[in-house]
Write a new protein. Structure first.
Length: 262
């Protein structure tokens, strides 16, 4: 039975620190939080947004996760670019270029600091539950892979993550994120990846590289590749939506979190 939930937009104070010291000029990061209405012990699940930021689609996912019995939080990792980024962007070519500009402003230490601040805030509603998971889509999948190398996640559900094998974002420099896969194994994180067979961003060779890195590092993981599906197959609306792939992958996300976060 789905939980009755409370959802709200919040502001979280974060530091502009380098190296995770916690020191630096403070700023405010917006985040969307959804949680069960009845107090209890609920694991935390971070939500990683697509290029478009914390949109209505992302907020709907946070609510969906909360209904399963988790404290879900979707932080706005673009917040240092200004308050106009708070509610996400419509999908169009102009905003695609804006999004790429925002991505270039992200740094590893600041993103880690932001994610840790989001988890700390969510923990104020988590009771005695100690475990944390993360769910991310496209850019958010890329961020989830990064988070798994640093945050000690119990579980990571990663949808069509680009740029893992190349220096495509500021988070994948000086070396691609795939080079840090051994850090995921050290944390003991279980990873579930979802790919589209016809993805124009992540081809079969990249999927093989990712699989090889995970196996070589000894990461507990599973990968699903959906035949005929395209990049961004999960969210209804765009032509890329694939109902069967979306529903099957969500079933596996539910199973992953149920197995690893409780």
């Amino acid at each position: 039975m789905a939980q009755v939930i409370i959802a709200e937009q919040v502001d979280i104070e974060v530091s502009a620190d380098r190296g995770g010291s916690g020191e630096g000029e403070a700023s405010s990061m917006g985040a969307f939080v959804a949680r069960p209405a009845v107090a209890g012990d609920y694991p935390v699940v971070l939500i990683g947004s697509e290029l478009w930021g914390v949109t209505d689609d992302v907020r709907a996912i946070a609510r969906r996760v909360a209904e399963l019995g988790y404290v879900a939080i979707a932080p706005n990792l673009y917040h240092r670019a200004g308050p106009a980024t708070a509610t996400g962007m419509p999908q169009n070519d102009v905003n695609r270029q804006r999004g790429f500009a925002f991505i270039e402003r992200l740094t590893r230490d600041e993103v880690e600091s932001d994610l840790r601040a989001a988890v700390a805030y969510a923990r104020t509603h988590a009771g005695n539950a100690a475990k944390t998971g993360m769910l991310g889509f496209s850019l958010g999948g890329h961020v989830t892979y990064f988070a798994a190398t640093r945050l000690g996640l119990a579980a990571a559900a990663i949808y069509f993550p680009g740029w893992l094998t190349e220096a495509g974002t500021a988070l994948s420099r000086p070396e691609p994120l795939l080079a840090s896969t051994t850090d995921i194994a050290e944390h003991g994180t279980r990873v579930r990846l979802f790919f589209a067979e016809e993805d124009h961003i992540i081809d079969a060779h990249q999927r093989e590289q990712i699989a090889d890195a995970l196996v070589s590092a000894g990461v507990r993981h599973e990968m699903s590749v959906y035949p005929g599906a395209q990049h961004a197959f999960f969210f209804p609306g765009p032509a890329s939506y694939d109902k069967e792939a979306a529903e099957d992958s969500w079933r596996l996300v539910e199973e992953l979190f149920a197995d690893e976060l409780h």
